[in-house]
Design a protein around this ligand. Structure first.
Ligand SMILES: Cc1cc2nc3c(=O)[nH]c(=O)nc-3n(C[C@H](O)[C@H](O)[C@H](O)COP(=O)(O)OP(=O)(O)OC[C@H]3O[C@@H](n4cnc5c(N)ncnc54)[C@H](O)[C@@H]3O)c2cc1C
Length: 267
């Protein structure tokens, strides 16, 4: 889109002269909590049994079977799918050196004029410039009655930040977090407001090329299937990742083109 037209349409942003603007009218967002509830409900309708809050301590392959020991029980199965997110390296030691877990700061900002940033008046957005690696991104202001807490305009910096141990994360907001946020607000959303209503520290599980790893686990090809290294952009692919994993576990192969996601590409 012409920069002038974009500035008229989205006057909330400051568009530097050197910027190109791309508008994607079909783009949108997913509310993950609702999506996860929906997936879990549908899975249960199809016979899945979900054991929440049950930590896997270890798994082993014995003959052509797999044993999974949790802090409650020991389970035996023929096939095992592992999707442990930021803990993938702990649950699958063979890929531990391929998954870099990073600490990510997310903020919800108070807006001076809520209407200007409301859904339908303000888009999902992403901004990349030459000074910072990765890109800044955010969402429209969402009605907490409909979308839940927290209130405020959500935004963050998509880039693998400080490496961390997923079991020992600094959850305190740092000066660096705030300076980085301020850089984005000052440059691209000037005048929006100066207060952070809420913030959170989350985790990315980054693969070396920031593409996912979805494959049969090397050495355990008949029984164990893995999906990890989603590198901060995996949620929207949850359904297709599930389809691939089900194909691999049930049929031993998938028609979907997953060659570029194979687990051996970094060795
Ligand atoms: C701040 C932030 C913003 C993001 N924004 C986007 C976005 O805009 N778009 C997008 O597509 N993606 C986004 N993502 C990425 C997305 O959330 C992840 O890619 C996705 O959740 C990865 O799914 P997963 O199943 O691999 O891991 P998770 O969703 O982390 O699930 C892993 C699960 O395994 C459990 N687990 C781990 N170890 C064990 C164990 N030993 N025993 C039992 N359970 C265990 C964990 O408790 C967790 O529930 C974002 C992530 C962050 C942190």
């Amino acid at each position: 889109m012409d920069r002038g037209a974009a500035a008229n349409l989205f006057s909330q942003f400051s568009f530097p002269k050197s910027f190109d603007v791309l508008v994607e009218p079909e783009a949108g967002f997913i509310t993950p909590e609702k999506a996860i509830r929906l997936y879990a409900t549908e899975a249960k309708k199809n016979g899945a049994i979900i054991h929440s809050n049950e930590k896997v301590i270890e798994w082993n392959k014995i003959g052509n079977n797999v044993t999974v020991k949790t802090h409650r029980h020991t389970y035996h199965a023929n096939k095992l799918i592992i999707t442990a997110g930021a803990w993938a390296g702990k649950v699958i030691p063979a890929i531990a050196d391929k998954i870099k877990v990073t600490r990510q700061f997310v903020a919800w900002i108070k807006t001076r004029d809520d209407k200007k940033f409301a859904l339908n008046n303000f888009p999902c957005w992403m901004i990349a410039d030459d000074n910072k690696r990765g890109c800044y991104y955010g969402f429209p202001l969402l009605d907490t009655n409909k979308f839940g807490e927290p209130a405020g305009l959500k935004l963050a910096h998509h880039f693998p930040f400080q490496p961390t141990d997923p079991d020992n994360v600094n959850r305190q907001t740092t000066n660096e977090d705030i300076e980085n946020l301020r850089y984005c607000l000052d440059n691209y959303l000037p005048g929006i407001s100066d207060s952070v209503l809420h913030s959170k520290i989350c985790l990315y599980a980054n693969s070396p090329d920031e593409n996912f790893i979805i494959d049969k686990l090397p050495g355990f090809e008949e029984n164990v299937f893995i999906a990890c290294g989603f590198s901060g952009h995996g949620f929207k692919f949850a359904s297709v990742a599930g389809e691939i994993l089900a194909d691999l576990a049930i049929k031993g192969k998938t028609e979907l083109p997953i060659g570029f996601l194979n687990a051996k590409r970094f060795s």
